[in-house]
Design a protein around this ligand. Structure first.
Ligand code: PBG
Length: 344
């Protein structure tokens, strides 16, 4: 490396480097910018979370998530077919459960004919070549909106894990490819793995919501699955992680991997990119981030008001996940982004 032969006239310039080194040289042309790009977002990075309800209405909008709907089973099959045609590798299915079916035990969660299982069976029966992931968690099914069984104000851990295993089994039976426990009970990954293996579902993968924070960014999701009203002012702080913590996320991920998780997830996404990076660097395992409902709502709302250029900030936010080390992103923007990527 040869430094400048004479001192720069710019007093801010470092003693060596400039003007020999000009960072802008690589940025001058489009082809050069493409050539030096370190990260890229592709359709293979996308997981599309979808909502399904048991009624006939093809699409019921989610008011706090403009552009997102709760599909009927038939409409969902059509939408998932479209996602597969675009090359999206996986969808994550979430239910809107009829309030009449909710009870304190979330018993509809272990009912083999519930709307999640019916949706999975319909997607598989249609022969669509796409991965189907289902949450193991009780909150869309419980009358109190919590992810676990309760005694008084307490969320019962081990009793809940037993139900989660049963929920996972009926979902696997229905054809679900990936179980994603999003409940944050201790020990559930190992129990679900053991249960799946014993029932002959050794090929079913587990994507653990390993570092899931107790977050205000889940608000619109709770509208979408109808748990906002059941949960009310209830807090998930006794089982989801504190936004203050980082080391704790590493312990959570280590435990889930030791218990048999195939992939791990950090959630929410944008405010937790430091966690994504640290998990990826520490464990070097398939690591995913969930750009959650509140993140979707923020970007969408600002775009609708003309305060941000939606196209631009959506792509920028997703590239940020790649830069942080994520192998993929769950995002409600998946289909529109896949279309844009296809169009070039
Ligand atoms: C349920 C669950 C939640 C989300 C995914 N699974 C909400 C919660 O924990 O309250 C949030 C997803 C989103 O906000 O997009 N256990």
């Amino acid at each position: 490396f040869k430094g400048p032969t004479k001192p720069s006239r710019n007093p801010q310039a470092p003693a060596v480097g400039f003007p020999t080194t000009r960072m802008r040289r690589n940025r001058r042309t489009d082809w050069s910018r493409r050539l030096v790009a370190e990260n890229r977002l592709g359709v293979d990075d996308l997981i599309w979370p979808v909502f399904v309800h048991a009624g006939d209405e093809p699409r019921i909008p989610v008011p706090s998530m403009p552009g997102v709907v709760r599909h009927s089973v038939d409409a969902l099959v059509e939408a998932v077919g479209e996602a597969a045609a675009l090359g999206i590798p996986m969808v994550a299915v979430f239910p809107l459960v009829d309030p009449a079916l909710k009870d304190p035990e979330g018993s509809n969660a272990v009912e083999p004919d519930n709307v999640v299982c019916r949706a999975v069976r319909a997607i598989k029966a249609a022969g669509i070549d796409i991965g189907v992931m289902c949450d193991a968690a009780l909150d869309p099914f419980t009358s109190h909106g919590h992810d676990g069984l309760m005694r008084g104000e307490e969320i019962l851990n081990d009793e809940t894990v037993e139900v989660l295993v049963r929920q996972s089994l009926i979902q696997a039976e229905a054809g679900c490819d990936v179980i994603s426990p999003s409940d944050m009970m201790d020990g559930r990954i190992g129990a679900i793995r053991t249960g799946l293996d014993a029932a002959g579902h050794g090929h079913v993968q587990i994507m653990a919501y390993a570092a899931k924070y107790s977050s205000g960014f889940y608000g619109p999701f709770r509208d979408a699955v109808g748990s906002a009203s059941t949960l009310g002012k209830g807090s998930k702080d006794t089982y989801q992680m504190s936004p203050a913590n980082t080391d704790e996320a590493i312990r959570e991920v280590a435990l889930d991997l030791a218990e048999g998780a195939d992939m791990v997830m950090v959630k929410p996404g944008m405010p937790y990119l430091d966690i994504v990076r640290r998990v990826k660097d520490t464990f070097a395992v398939p690591t995913f981030a969930y750009q959650v409902s509140g993140e979707y709502a923020m970007l969408r709302a600002a775009d609708e008001r003309g305060w941000l250029d939606g196209n631009r900030v959506i792509m920028e936010s997703l590239l940020g996940f790649k830069r942080a080390g994520a192998d993929g992103v769950l995002t409600y923007f998946a289909v529109e982004v896949a279309r844009r990527l296809k169009a070039g």
